[in-house]
Design a protein around this ligand. Structure first.
Ligand SMILES: [Zn+2]
Length: 253
């Protein structure tokens, strides 16, 4: 088994807003929206890193971006918060998981990045592989076949082996005082406190890592419910409409 990443997890856990709330009513809705927003941010981060660091051929991009979002949750979240995140987001799955609103009325984000059934099981297995003892029941309840569980730690190890050099390099840049912080620019208002959630998360990431090549996160109106990576501008665009959509789906859960 490979050693886990050496990122300064404790520093991040003290900054992340999760684990402190998963309550009822409006707080529960806020938590649901935050989970999905941050999962989408991590996915966007995966695309941005893959692109700016030329990490993967085209057919591998979606798989690796999805893997990074699961690995970041595994690394940065306390166990209960990680489980909440998995339940709230279903790892972007939207094709057959009918309990979720995304399956009924998927947004452009889900169309672009939502996982197919096969990858959904892959991501469940990946998540389980990070902590088989704590997560087996959860992933079985989400549909993973029990026969697959024993192989999940190896799948987790393989994904870590792919992303570990990238994350370690970013951590080294931070320690050396080099590289670029992830910056956020708001060109439009996000509903609820989600702008603060986003800014807080980016601040937390900046306490442990720096980007080898600069890119930013832009909050803007897009006239569709999506989060894009724009390679030419080097920007992850968080559409206000996507967050509004998440609140709508949260209301009808
Ligand atoms: Zn994607």
């Amino acid at each position: 088994m490979m050693p886990r990443l050496s990122l300064c997890i404790l520093a991040v856990l003290t900054l992340l807003p999760f684990g402190t709330f998963h309550a009822q009513g409006s707080e529960s809705r806020d938590a649901y929206v935050s989970s999905n927003l941050l999962a989408a941010l991590y996915h966007g981060l995966g695309h941005a890193l893959i692109d700016t660091m030329e990490l993967a051929p085209g057919f591998e991009v979606e798989r690796r971006a999805a893997e990074l979002s699961v690995l970041l949750v595994d690394r940065f979240y306390e166990e209960r918060a990680a489980a909440d995140m998995a339940l709230d987001t279903a790892f972007g799955f939207s094709e057959r998981y009918e309990a979720r609103q995304q399956a009924v009325r998927p947004s452009p984000y889900w169309h672009a990045h939502g996982t197919g059934l096969e990858r959904y099981y892959d991501l469940l297995c990946l998540f389980a592989g990070g902590n088989l003892v704590e997560r087996s029941d959860l992933v079985l309840s989400l549909g993973l076949f029990a026969s697959r569980l024993p192989g999940c730690p190896d799948e987790f190890t393989a994904a870590i082996a792919e992303w570990s050099p990238v994350l370690s390099r970013m951590e080294d840049l931070h320690l050396a005082g080099r590289g670029h912080p992830l910056v956020i620019e708001s060109r439009a208002e996000l509903p609820g406190a989600q702008r603060d959630v986003l800014a807080f998360e980016i601040q937390a990431l900046n306490t442990i890592m720096r980007l080898p090549r600069p890119f930013g996160v832009i909050v803007d109106r897009c006239y569709e419910a999506n989060i894009h990576w724009l390679p030419e501008q080097r920007e992850i665009i968080v559409c206000v409409e996507y967050v509004t959509y998440l609140y709508e789906t949260a209301m009808s859960r």
